[in-house]
Design a protein around this ligand. Structure first.
Ligand code: 7PM
Length: 284
């Protein structure tokens, strides 16, 4: 049985887990400012938990191309009150940040269990800092930087390159003293990838997990690749595609799915688990 250790929690990865997205950025692309104040964020957190979220992911800096600059002070001022309020709800709390200073403040306040970093702890000092904590770590791949990364993404073999990068980041963490059971890897759908790259990564998830040597967390929820495939410009109208993508990711080996729509994703996973628990003869 595979366990993932993060902060105060040990999570059993023998069934897929759902990470619920709680954005506290007023400019975030699909929750468009609805949860930018503390009380609204807390009530959203409670609904996500009631819907069955296994982890809450909280971020204060939008990584959307062209998003306005958020200073480290602003980012911390947004996320810290929410982290403090939700860290007592009985569910592991993940902090989506790229900044070592934000990580340091949240870790020393004792209000986060998992650091979810779209730049895989590349910020100066981040690796050492998080290694010394007991927090879990999600290492994500991206090519380029949020402002420009979708302009001209280029790869030779995208599955091999993403796998190699994640394996190298995992190795650095291990060398810094992080136990393997504290690590997750994420191919970073949409972060410097074309539709063709994203589809290759989804089909290649098993190879990426094998190369990274740690369980995979995957985020496809409402992403623009789904909008492209389904001709749906509005992210909030991509629920069907998001649920289908989550199922496919789990089928290909993802252990944690990062989603906006917890209830619907859980239902689909429950149905899928029931079908897969039957023997072929029982199904027919
Ligand atoms: C604007 C553009 C707002 C993009 C939000 C996003 C991931 C993540 C994000 C992911 C992990 C989103 C992204 N995506 N962390 N943070 N994996 N680990 O679509 O795919 O939610 S932000």
């Amino acid at each position: 049985m595979k366990n993932f250790q993060c902060g105060r929690f040990v999570l059993d990865l023998s069934r897929p887990l759902v990470m619920g997205i709680l954005n506290v950025t007023p400019d975030s692309f699909s929750d468009g400012g609805r949860y930018d104040c503390r009380d609204a964020a807390i009530s959203h957190a409670c609904s996500l938990i009631a819907e069955g979220a296994d982890i809450l992911d909280i971020g204060g800096e939008s990584t959307r191309p062209g998003a306005p600059y958020v200073s480290p002070e602003q980012e911390l001022a947004r996320v810290l009150p929410v982290l403090e309020a939700v860290s007592g709800l009985g569910v592991p709390v993940s902090l989506d940040t790229r900044r070592a200073s934000v990580m340091r403040a949240a870790l020393s306040a004792g209000v986060v269990d998992l650091i979810n970093d779209v730049s895989a702890l590349e910020d100066e000092g981040a690796l050492e800092l998080v290694a010394r904590s007991g927090a879990g770590i999600c290492l994500m791949h991206k090519q380029g930087n949020p402002g420009t990364m979708q302009q001209r993404p280029e790869y030779g073999d995208v599955v091999a390159e993403v796998g190699d990068y994640l394996a190298a980041r995992v190795e650095l963490c291990l060398q810094a003293g992080v136990a393997r059971k504290r690590l997750l890897a994420d191919p970073g759908f949409g972060f410097g990838k074309t539709l063709v790259h994203n589809l290759a990564l989804l089909s290649g998830l098993a190879a990426i997990e094998e190369r990274a040597g740690v369980p995979l967390l995957v985020g496809l929820s409402r992403k623009s690749m789904l909008g492209t495939i389904c001709s749906e410009p509005n992210p909030a109208e991509r629920l069907g595609a998001s649920v289908a993508a989550a199922l496919e990711a789990v089928h290909r080996g993802a252990k944690i799915i990062r989603v906006h729509d917890v209830k619907e994703t859980r239902q689909a996973l429950q149905l899928w688990a029931a079908l897969n628990s039957m023997t072929p003869s029982a199904v027919s």
